[in-house]
Design a protein around this ligand. Structure first.
Ligand code: NAD
Length: 472
């Protein structure tokens, strides 16, 4: 069985608390062991990062850019084995895992090319005022299990680009590809600039409360995000919180069903629905409800469910048993309230955590499947009649990550999309993200953004330099 090492101060080390098992969700069997670090090792990692920061913070932009480009090249070079590892620990089909790795390389290149310039606020004969952006110190990255490699890259690369040192803590369900990423990064940066620690119960909260860490970039559930925020108060850590979502999609009357069905299906079921900004509630105008439900059902039935390493598989397992049981419970609840399961709806009778793509019709707001984040392969289809009413329903609830409006009249769709209470609003697409477009949630979906200049600035603090010039 494969075993892996943590990375502390440039050295590959075992965990002082032994190891924990990592399961393959396609088989439900243990396929690897991951080091279980101790809190003393976490302290070592923080001390190493603090020591490295003393010089890394003064590295030039050109140096950091060159290092990140070299890291991107290595990620690409090792894309095949990394993708296979992601399939084993996370479950997604190989082609999608490969895109995750190649996307991560592209994001790394983008971070390399970003500029962090000094802003001239005022220049007069008597004074000059400049705004400088400085690295914060030690940044901790805490990542979830859905896109383990990609999200780690989203956290780590801008942090390094801005001159910070990093402690990365992946989910204990999917820690291995992140350990691989850290090993690649470590080839190109001084010891201690990147550290990666893995552990079980209590490790995340120890990071959150650690006084040697200046910022946490966290992606995960809202409940854990709240706990991170409480812990971070101890030394006023800066926070970026990318939390849960329950994105609504609204299909307007007259939308060409055949043209949008595939895109809507992909937006809802990407990564088996385990995507923060997936489309999670679909509101369809009653005039098209049946036609779109039929088109989506046909696409769902075409999916080949199975082990992501097997050729031809398009739909993998749910990542873990707990999540699968959550999805099962939401579907059962919808059924009990009169929901009609159009396809899927039952766990497959195999040892892996397979649940085929599932569409549930005749559900509405107030049902748990609509009101709560399913984060899995099931989509509720909700009929509506009145546009103001559907907007109110889409904006109901605590979450505010993304939302979309689909329609033949782009101006009308855009006008409605701009009234969605979400950090991102899409028109005729959903879950579209790019390295140059700031992304982040509103309401209980978190705060702060990733990507673009705004995302990079989140890894910096400001220093205003106010210079009184010599009197002439
Ligand atoms: P989770 O909150 O259970 O875990 C996320 C990470 O936090 C893991 O590394 C976990 O070990 C760690 N953790 C657990 N308890 C902690 C604590 N008390 N203090 C600090 N860290 C702790 O989330 P998950 O189940 O891994 O991921 C699914 C959730 O993530 C969904 O709600 C999804 O919407 C959300 N998500 C959001 C985004 C986004 O960009 N907004 C992206 C991906 C996933």
């Amino acid at each position: 069985m494969d075993s892996y090492k943590m990375l502390i101060d440039g050295r590959q080390v075992d965990g002082e608390n032994g190891v924990f098992d990592v399961l393959n969700p396609a088989t439900a069997a243990v396929f690897a062991q991951c080091p279980s670090g101790s809190l003393a090792q976490l302290d070592q990692a923080v001390k190493a990062a603090q020591a490295a920061f003393k010089t890394w913070r003064y590295s030039s932009h050109a140096q950091r850019q060159e290092r990140l480009l070299a890291i991107a090249a290595d990620i690409e070079h090792e894309a095949e084995p990394l993708a296979r590892l992601i399939v084993q620990e996370q479950g997604k089909p190989l082609e999608l895992a490969f895109s995750e790795v190649m996307g991560a390389a592209a994001w790394t290149r983008y971070a390399a090319g970003q500029e962090l310039s000094v802003e001239l606020v005022e220049e007069t004969p008597t004074q000059r005022v400049e705004l400088h952006r400085k690295p914060l110190g030690v940044v901790a990255s805490i990542t979830p299990w859905n896109w383990p490699f990609m999200i780690a890259v989203w956290h780590i690369m801008p942090a390094l680009r801005a001159g910070n040192c990093v402690i990365s803590k992946p989910s204990s369900l999917t820690p291995l590809s992140t350990l691989g990423l850290a090993a690649i990064i470590a080839r190109h940066v001084p010891h201690g600039v990147i550290n990666c620690v893995t552990g079980e119960q209590g490790f995340g909260s120890a990071i959150t409360a650690h006084p040697g860490i200046q910022k946490i970039v966290f992606t995960g559930s809202t409940a854990t995000g709240q706990s991170v925020m409480r812990g971070a108060a101890s030394n006023l850590k800066r926070l970026t919180l990318e939390l849960g979502g329950n994105d609504a999609g609204i299909v307007l009357p007259g939308t060409p069903v055949d043209e949008v069905a595939e895109a809507i299906f992909q937006a809802a079921f990407l990564n088996m629905g385990q995507t923060c900004a997936a489309l999670k509630r679909l509101y369809i105008h009653e005039s098209q409800y049946q036609a779109l439900a039929d088109a989506l059902t046909q696409i769902a039935k075409r999916q080949v469910v199975g082990n992501g390493l097997e050729a031809g598989v398009t739909f993998g397992p749910v990542q873990n048993l707990e999540q699968l049981q959550w999805v099962e419970a939401l579907v059962a609840d919808a059924r009990a309230l009169g929901g009609r399961v159009l396809c899927g709806g039952e766990r497959l009778p195999t040892p892996g955590f397979f649940f085929p793509p599932t569409l549930v019709a005749d559900v509405t707001d107030g049902h748990r499947l609509v009101d709560e984040e399913q984060f899995g392969p099931v989509l509720p289809l909700i009929a509506y009649r009145d546009i103001e009413d559907v907007l109110r329903r889409a904006n109901g609830g605590d979450m505010g990550l993304g939302g979309s409006v689909w329609g033949p009249d782009v101006e009308q769709a855009q006008a409605l999309a701009s009234r969605l209470e979400s950090g991102v609003a899409w028109v005729n697409c959903h879950a579209q993200i790019q390295p140059n477009t700031p992304f982040g949630g509103s309401k209980m979906s978190g705060f702060g953004v990733e990507f673009g200049l705004e995302g990079l600035l989140e890894f910096t603090g400001q220093q205003l330099l106010f210079v009184r010039k010599a009197q002439q």
